[in-house]
Ligand binder design. Structure first.
Ligand code: FAD
Length: 461
């Protein structure tokens, strides 16, 4: 340890990580007039342009919006977000199928990760209670002495700082969590999918026009793999190919430009003419892994609390990782309202409430991968979705589709998942009696639906 320790003011709150969740958490904490210090390993993204020169977008939904509105930036973000009202599925022949996400006007929103991070950092910088330090990598957390070693990534110089309450918002490979991992009875697991992902681009058309439907999330489901695309403001789309690492159709099998082109010509034929930089993107952009991380406890006394991906990294197929991390901020704020400066109770209560929901969301995310890459291409599945929306329209108080509960409600994830599993069982019993949407109105089917609804109501009372 270097000799000199810089002491923070008493009751200073230290946030490790100035990414999406760290920056938002700092804004919430500073509202209570605590001095908040944020340390971020990377350079200030507002000065360096987009990470790795690429713009990557994320789907923001109701839980995320609520958290942003809580610090007064809902409108600002909305003005640069693109609503996606539906999934558009592209089959191998280029035929399109449309599936609305919810009721009319319900949408998930495509936002730029960097753009959103910059908005949050601007706001943090303007806040007199928050100090931001970039290029500061957390190297060591000394729990016993409540000290941190931070290394300046530009000069290599190290400094030691004391902390009183430390919030680990330093992402899936959290340095703060790695220290908790060495404490007694700390549970930890990480699970990688056999799939990786690669970011690709559909270019803007002439005059910045969107070359495929703008207000939609596009999916090319292909059974064991898939590509998705989300719109950008400049007319382009960010595509993500989710693809096995190994096997006959895999990243390993595509080693040359002509192989990539031939593969896309065969399986993503309608997208290929819109991806003029395909080979360059494919070999320049990294193949990244997909991990689920679970751990517990998320806190240590009144000293440390993990937030966002540091405590619950999930695979991206439900578009909820950031939303869940933002919801962490909302819940933390509510608990600070209830328990004031009793940090230990706040931390305990936070992990008690959030852990089951994070676990459920992790399961839901894996479940949705199967749905997106495989089931959405199945006509029976799409029929089932239509029947579900008929049931939901007929019994709005009793039946909210699972996707709606996760994306357009604030129902705790664990509750949504349990409801979804009950609904799944009902649909498995109903669907053998239904061959087309019109069958839903048959008296025999209506009688079955009525019976299921009665059973559901009884099981919930
Ligand atoms: P991060 O965004 O990882 O931020 C952590 C920050 O901590 C970083 O800035 C990092 O530089 C910094 N840091 C790390 N280590 C240190 C250290 N030692 N010292 C100091 N600083 C450190 N979520 C959605 O809601 N919707 C989506 O559509 C969506 N799509 C996704 C698509 C993909 C391909 C992936 C991979 C994820 C997606 N997610 C999505 C999930 C989302 O990206 C994460 O849940 C979110 O970024 C978590 O935010 P965070 O702040 O907790 O972590």
């Amino acid at each position: 340890f270097p000799d000199s320790v810089v002491s923070s003011q008493p009751e200073t709150l230290t946030v490790m990580g100035g990414g999406l969740v760290g920056a938002l958490a700092a804004l919430y904490l500073a509202r209570r007039n605590y001095p908040v210090e944020v340390y971020e390993r990377r350079a200030d993204p507002r000065q360096t342009g987009t990470t790795e020169g690429r713009s990557i977008n994320l789907a923001l939904s109701d839980r995320g919006w609520r958290a942003l509105e809580g610090v007064g930036i809902g409108e600002q973000v909305r003005s640069v977000a693109i609503p996606m009202y539906q999934r558009v599925m592209h089959d191998q022949q280029g035929k399109l199928t449309y599936q609305p996400y919810g009721k009319e006007n319900q949408a998930i929103y495509s936002v730029s990760r960097n753009g959103l991070n910059r908005v949050l950092l601007d706001l943090a910088e303007a806040n007199p209670h928050i100090s931001l330090a970039f290029n500061q990598q957390c190297q060591v957390v000394d729990l016993r002495n409540r000290q941190l070693v931070l290394r300046d990534t530009t000069t290599g110089q190290e400094q030691v700082r004391s902390f009183r309450h430390l919030f680990g918002a330093d992402g899936a490979y959290s340095a703060v969590r790695s220290v908790l991992q060495k404490t007694d009875r700390f549970d930890y697991s990480q699970h990688y999918l056999n799939y990786g992902y690669k970011e690709l681009t559909i270019e803007a058309g002439p005059g910045g026009a969107w070359q495929i439907e703008k207000n939609a999330l596009h999916i090319w489901p292909r059974g064991q793999y898939m590509m998705i695309a989300l719109p950008n403001l400049d007319g382009s789309f960010n595509c993500t190919l989710f693809f096995p690492y190994e096997g006959p159709q895999s990243f390993t099998a595509l080693q040359t430009g002509p192989q990539v082109r031939a593969f896309f010509a065969e399986v993503f034929a309608d997208a290929l003419p819109l991806m003029s930089d395909l080979e360059e993107d494919f070999f320049r952009n990294p193949t990244s892994s997909l991990v689920t991380i679970r751990c517990f406890p998320w806190s240590l006394a009144d000293e440390v609390l993990l937030l966002g991906d540091a405590s619950h990294a999930i695979v991206p197929f439900y578009g909820q990782g950031m939303n869940a991390g933002f919801e962490d901020c909302t819940v933390l704020d509510e608990l600070l309202d209830q328990h004031g400066t009793d940090w230990q109770t706040v931390f305990q209560e936070f992990q008690r409430q959030r852990k089951p929901n994070a676990d459920a969301m992790a399961d839901l995310a894996v479940y949705n991968f199967e749905e997106m890459r495989d089931r959405v291409a199945d006509p029976r599945f799409l029929l089932r979705k239509k029947i579900e929306s008929r049931i939901s329209a007929q019994y709005p108080d009793q039946w909210m589709p699972l996707y709606t509960q996760v994306t357009f409600s604030h129902t705790p994830y664990a509750e949504a998942w349990a409801n979804g599993q009950r609904q799944d069982q009902i649909m498995q019993r109903l669907m053998p009696h239904i061959q087309s949407e019109a069958d839903y109105d048959l008296p025999t089917v209506q009688a079955l639906v009525q019976q299921e609804m009665n059973n559901l109501a009884n099981s919930q009372t």
